[in-house]
Design a protein around this ligand. Structure first.
Ligand code: PMV
Length: 344
């Protein structure tokens, strides 16, 4: 009989207030609070099966990864971290896929690390549904904390809706908490792809480099105020307040890394032209659509779902738009146990 398969699907999330810089790297303690929206269709699905073998077997989009592989290293490190936390030495076969094209430049570490954490622990503790984790003395909040150790932003993917990662006064006190449920406000995120290249500077390096920018400390001084303004705009579902705060935040995050030593540029002229175009068209047409970017050249357009057609219509008028991926606010991860007769 084949062993059961534990399948976790975790969404990606897009930060409105960015996690940018770590106060303590070894403890994954962020330099500031962050606030994100959990997505729905842009997600990672990870299937885990218990296996008798000398080491774990890890496949990403069908490709077998080993411990020395650049992508494999991060995944194996996280499995080893979980194994040491829970004193487990049972080996696992792990297969993971992203719903978005691989290497399309959308950060997959948030959804990937969240799905991996859930599926691995589900297999070790024989958990069938997310709601059953408390039977293994694990809360959603602990799962978020464990996921954050794989990739900081992954912790926010454990909850649906709008999620806040609070820095707290020490690494032990930081916390990841839902701010508003997904049904609070029906927002959409349409991602406009300008590059499918892997980013040249990974987020670990960028978090470190942020401290060398003369803009970084002034940024940290203003974060609490921006967070409170964003939370108030979210509470009132006020896009005309949230949007400009989000754009300033994105430009500030990129300003920090562009003024770091050495400087890092995550986008080029193509993205910059598009950002200017969005701002002009917004003014001209009165469509409340605003941009944000992660550490890459691809643009996330955020707007209320009633403007979806207007936004797609607008995009069809931009001469250089290639691939676009539309998604919406989501309700968080899902776990399923697939019984032995089912094929992996
Ligand atoms: O989770 P990391 O270490 O890949 O950092 C993510 C950083 C940003 O995506 C740029 C911002 C964020 O808060 O998600």
């Amino acid at each position: 009989m084949r062993p059961a398969v534990y399948q976790a699907t975790a969404p990606s999330n897009i930060a409105f207030l960015k996690y940018w810089g770590k106060a303590d790297e070894s403890l994954q303690w962020p330099a500031n609070d962050s606030l994100s929206m959990t997505l729905s269709g842009l997600c990672s699905t990870t299937e885990v099966q218990i296996m008798a073998a000398p080491d774990h077997e890890v496949y990403l989009s069908g490709q077998l990864l080993n411990r020395s592989h650049s992508k494999g290293r991060k995944i194996f490190n996280h499995i080893d971290f979980l194994a040491s936390q829970f004193k487990q030495d049972t080996k696992l076969k792990i297969q993971s896929q992203n719903s978005f094209p691989t290497g399309c430049g959308i950060a997959s570490s948030a959804s990937g690390m969240a799905a991996l954490t859930i599926a691995v622990l589900a297999a070790w503790f024989n958990i069938e549904k997310l709601e059953d984790f408390p039977s293994a003395s694990l809360s959603l909040s602990q799962l978020a904390q464990l996921s954050r150790m794989g990739s900081g932003s992954a912790g926010r993917s454990l909850y649906g809706g709008f999620v806040r990662w609070q820095k707290g006064t020490s690494a032990a006190e930081q916390s990841i908490v839902p701010a508003f449920a997904h049904h609070h406000w029906s927002l959409m995120d349409t991602v406009v792809l300008f590059s499918s290249q892997e980013k040249s500077v990974g987020s670990t390096e960028a978090h470190r480099a942020a401290w060398t920018s003369p803009l970084f400390k002034p940024r940290l001084a203003g974060i609490e105020d921006r967070l409170q303004q964003m939370l108030s705009a979210l509470a009132h579902k006020d896009m005309k307040r949230l949007g400009p705060l989000m754009e300033t935040e994105t430009l500030e995050m990129h300003g920090v890394i562009m003024s770091a030593k050495p400087a890092v540029f995550y986008f080029d002229q193509k993205t910059a032209d598009f950002l200017a175009w969005v701002r002009h068209r917004r003014q001209e047409r009165g469509i409340p659509v605003y941009f944000t970017l992660d550490a890459g050249p691809n643009v996330h357009l955020i707007y209320e779902s009633e403007y979806h057609k207007d936004v797609l219509n607008l995009l069809s008028q931009y001469p250089e738009v290639g691939e676009i991926l539309s998604d919406e606010i989501g309700s968080g991860p899902v776990l399923k146990k697939i019984e032995s007769e089912a094929k992996l």
